[in-house]
Every structure is written in structure tokens, then in C-alpha cells.
Design a protein. Structure first.
Length: 254
């Protein structure tokens, strides 16, 4: 008898579901059994000390890092499936890194257009219209023809966000995207992410910006040494944590 097909994912189910996810690099176990559900349209902030596994965790969600054990489902699809179409996954799951990784010889607009035109083979004229709209969305109208070297760090990061949005993802991952920025440019990038959250885009945000997490997150996860120590609404985790490890961390950063 043929195995029963897995039921199709529906929006009332978690859009991202992790179950007992483990990952080691050599003898170092970085993720030690992570379980998490993310609802469609939810904003999740992941906080914790450096080396706690935050970045590895979100890189596993779009298969940049392969897990050793456990399960990650994105819209019902197993990310750890060896037959997974990674391009299809990364159309669903956009990611913005600490470093902007823009092509220096391409204009801001060209950077935003490249993946839809060259990878997805979409119509250039339609992509350009969408890219110009995204440049307006990240408040960079008038900078379309600027090269990355002519832009501030915060402006380059907003181009990187627009570039990810050009793939029309259902989920956005942000990996400490303000960590390399000057303090005066952090605010403009956070405002861009805040707008995406308000628009209802599902966002997982690794951040050291506790005030931002308090404002935008539906749920905060505190990780340390590869485990989720505690999680809950931001008012609970950031104002009234239960665990001593969480309290000690927040005393250092607040």
C-alpha cells in the first residue's frame, strides 16, 4: 500500500515548526533540542548572549545550515528532506544578514532586481516596477541609481531588505541586521522592519535591540548555550523573567 500523502499546510497551522532540532559543528553542540512554533503573521524576536545558537537556528530554517536531528517544517514542508528544492524554499523564506552582501558594481535598483530576473527568469519590466516600489517601501526613493559605496550602512542594509522582499517571501529572517551599523543608522533599519511586521509579514528576528523587541515582538525567545531557556510575550520575558539566566543576561543589556 502506498504511504498516505501528508495533508496540505493551511494558514491556521504554524507556518514554521521546529521539533527537537539539534546541530553540532565538530564536537561543539550548538543547538541542543530546539522546539518552536511560529504562527503566520507573527513577529518572533530571538535574544541571548553571543554564541548561544541564535544565528545557527535561523540559518537552519532556510537550509543554509543542515540540521543533525529533529524536524523543521516550513508551510508543512520538511526542510531536512534531501529531495527539498532549496530554491523553492528560499523563495518562501527571505533572509537578511549582518553584512549587506550587495554587488558593489551594481546600482541599488539592479541589486534588488537581480534574483527575480536572473534566478526566477521573471519579466524585467515587471520586476523593475516591483523593485522601484520596494525602494519606496524602504524609504530610499531617489537612491535607485546609487552604487552601494555611495550609500550609508543603514541605506545599504535597507537595499538588502528590499532585495529579499523582491522574491516575495512568506517569511523573513533577520540575523542581527543592525549589529554592524553606526548607532544613528540603526533606527532607520529598525523602522523598516517594524513596517514589515505591521504589514503582517511573518518575521523571525535575531536582535540585541531589547527596546525594539519589546515594541514589535509577539513572542520573545531567550536562548543560551544552545537551548531555549524561556519564552513568552515580551512584557513577561523582558520585564518579569522567571529564569536566573534570563535575569542575568537582561541585567547586562538593559
Amino acid at each position: 500500500m502506498a504511504p498516505a500523502e501528508q495533508p496540505a499546510w493551511t494558514p491556521d497551522q504554524p507556518i514554521v515548526r521546529l521539533r527537537d532540532v539539534r546541530k553540532s559543528f565538530g564536537s561543539l553542540e550548538v543547538l541542543k533540542g530546539i522546539t518552536m512554533d511560529v504562527a503566520k503573521g507573527e513577529a518572533i524576536c530571538i535574544i541571548g548572549p553571543s554564541g548561544s545558537g541564535k544565528s545557527t537556528l535561523i540559518r537552519c530554517i532556510n537550509a543554509l545550515v543542515a540540521i543533525d536531528e529533529g524536524s523543521i517544517l516550513v508551510e508543512g514542508q520538511e526542510v531536512n528532506d534531501p529531495k527539498l528544492d532549496k530554491l523553492a524554499l528560499r523563495r518562501k523564506v527571505g533572509m537578511v544578514f549582518q553584512q549587506y552582501n550587495l554587488f558593489p558594481h551594481k546600482t541599488a535598483l539592479q541589486n534588488v532586481m537581480m534574483a527575480p530576473v536572473h534566478v526566477l527568469k521573471q519579466d524585467r519590466r515587471e520586476v523593475e516596477d516591483r523593485a522601484r516600489a520596494l525602494m519606496r517601501k524602504v524609504r530610499l526613493e531617489g537612491k535607485e541609481d546609487a552604487y552601494p559605496g555611495e550609500l550609508s550602512g543603514g541605506q545599504q542594509q535597507r537595499v538588502a531588505i528590499a532585495r529579499s522582499l523582491a522574491m516575495r517571501p512568506d517569511i523573513m529572517l533577520f540575523d542581527e541586521v543592525t549589529a554592524a551599523l553606526d548607532p544613528e543608522t540603526v533606527k532607520e533599519v529598525l523602522q523598516t522592519i517594524r513596517q514589515l511586521v505591521e504589514d503582517g509579514l511573518t518575521c523571525l528576528i535575531v536582535t540585541h535591540e531589547m527596546g525594539f523587541a519589546r515594541e514589535v515582538a509577539d513572542h520573545v525567545y531567550f536562548t543560551d548555550r544552545g537551548v531555549i531557556v524561556e519564552h513568552g510575550p515580551p512584557r513577561d520575558i523582558l520585564s518579569n523573567p522567571r529564569e536566573e539566566r534570563t535575569k542575568a543576561f537582561l541585567e547586562q543589556v538593559l
